[in-house]
Design a protein around this ligand. Structure first.
Ligand code: NDP
Length: 447
């Protein structure tokens, strides 16, 4: 290994890259990591973390309204966007510092700059070359902006949304997935007039349809506008506003346009061809189950491989590569039964198979639902119902899917995911005593 400058060279200091660097260094490897933007990656700098903090900040809007039904008088309340924005960005700075400290304390060499593969063992960072026995590509993904919509550049993406100088009066959000629904909830609660436009006839197309319908219904009742089956034609600047033109000849005006139509792997400018690395049909780096690329000593993890675009998956993939290469402990990540959440208002959580996926897989399934108005909403006079759905394989009685929308659904879902991963049966759910009064007790009371 000493013929090389490093045992492992990691490109990208996001969730997957930092975990791999730290674990590999802990196993005694000489590790360098290159980062062209900020250590921490999308999740910490401009994704999960600041988004979740905005979700918390925005939700006070409804909490403060509901508080009055619980006896609180809150005269003179007002919201100040710069305070929330700057506190969130300060927290991002703090976490960025912690990530750097983690790398430093594990003796990982951090190189700030753009990294390019010169050949299969050589990486150049801003012109300086470094050799490595193993290379890990963990460059993540970036927001997709269509190149066939004139004026597309007038829109912002989730990269810019955390830095808005002022809240817009109106926003149009393109997309119907995670980011679109999360920011629709945030902006609506902060008093912005929100319109969500999506190309298909629904939102959250991959999710359990009953949950997607519930979110759509609640969001519409709150006052969020939806334009589905929508074909965008072009965006045009009209003074300070943007005019959004549709293929049907109609148009709407907005002050801000947010693209949330998926994310694409960051593969450009990496010199993948120079190293002989091949892509898959989705334009992501093709990898084997143990994250090996077409070049055996070069690995890739996280969103750049577009397996499941979730932070905990990138972290596990990075950890597995480091253990496998340097810890004498080879293992591969199980990509099944991965829980996920949409932090919309209300939020969704889901793990395992949807009802139709389970029918396709198992044939006969039993479906249990609980459609209820959370106690807190009842007293608050808030007419929003939660919906929980359990999918059970008829033959084995195993619970193979859980899908929830309602307050704190993601917090509850994490525990359910353990039960489903452990292959527990519906009888075992039923055998568990309810914790009363909670929303989660519904999970053991569905008959
Ligand atoms: P999603 O994949 O969640 O949703 C993309 C949306 O954009 C869909 O509604 C889709 O329409 C639409 N769309 C896709 N391609 C086009 C196109 N070419 N033109 C117009 N519309 C299009 O993407 P996001 O950007 O919201 O998020 C990216 C990923 O990041 C997520 O898939 C998720 O893995 C991750 N993420 C996770 C979060 C979490 O864990 N809470 C939060 C944010 C992101 P349709 O499907 O209806 O056809």
């Amino acid at each position: 290994m000493t013929d090389y400058d490093f045992d492992l060279f990691v490109i990208g200091a996001g969730s997957g890259g930092v975990r791999a660097s730290r674990i590999a260094a802990g196993h005694g490897a000489r590790v360098a990591v290159a980062e062209e933007f900020r250590v921490g990656g999308t999740c910490v700098i401009r994704g999960c973390v600041p988004k979740k903090l905005l979700v918390y900040g925005a939700h006070f809007a409804e909490d403060l309204v509901d508080a009055q039904r619980f006896g609180w008088q809150l005269d003179g309340k007002r919201f100040d966007w710069p305070t929330l924005r700057d506190n969130v960005l300060a927290e991002v700075d703090r976490l960025n510092g912690l990530y750097q400290t983690t790398l430093d304390s594990n003796k990982v060499t951090t190189l700030l700059g753009h990294a390019t593969l010169v050949d299969a063992h050589t990486v150049a960072v801003d012109g300086q070359t470094h050799t490595a026995k193993h290379i890990l590509i963990a460059t993540g993904a970036r927001p997709f902006v269509p190149d066939d919509i004139p004026g597309a550049e007038l829109g912002i993406t989730s990269n810019e949304v955390f830095h808005l100088p002022a809240l817009p009066r109106r926003i149009v959000i393109a997309g119907g997935g995670y980011i679109a629904n999360e920011f629709a909830g945030i902006f609506h609660e902060l008093g912005v007039d929100v319109t969500l436009i999506n190309r298909s006839e629904t939102i959250l197309r991959e999710w359990e349809p009953a949950l997607a319908e519930r979110l759509l219904g609640i969001s519409m009742a709150k006052g969020i506008g939806f334009k589905l089956n929508c074909r965008l034609d072009r965006l045009e600047r009209s003074g300070d506003a943007i005019t959004v033109h549709f293929k049907d000849g109609k148009s709407i005006e907005t002050d801000c346009f947010l693209w949330a139509v998926g994310r694409r792997p960051n593969i450009e400018g990496l010199g993948l061809e120079a190293a002989g690395i091949t892509l898959n049909d989705k334009g992501a780096i093709a990898v084997s189950p143990d994250s090996q690329t077409s070049v055996p000593h070069i690995y890739a993890v996280g969103d750049v491989t577009d397996r499941i675009q979730l932070t905990p998956i990138a972290i596990r993939e990075g950890h597995a590569v480091a253990d496998t290469l340097f810890g004498n402990k080879p293992w591969i990540v199980d990509h099944g039964c991965v829980p996920s959440a949409v932090f919309s208002n209300p939020p969704l959580g889901s793990v395992g198979l949807t009802e139709s996926q389970a029918r396709n897989t198992y044939g006969r399934v039993r479906v249990y639902t609980s459609d209820f108005r959370p106690m807190r909403n009842v007293l608050a006079g808030r007419n929003e119902r939660a919906l929980y759905k359990l999918i059970v394989d008829e033959a084995s009685d195993r619970v193979v899917g859980a899908h929830m929308i309602g307050p704190d659904a993601p917090e509850i879902l994490q525990a359910v995911a353990i039960a489903i991963k452990a292959k527990l049966t519906k009888a075992q759910f039923d055998d568990t005593v309810a914790l009363h009064p909670t929303m989660s007790e519904e999970l053991v009371l569905m008959r």
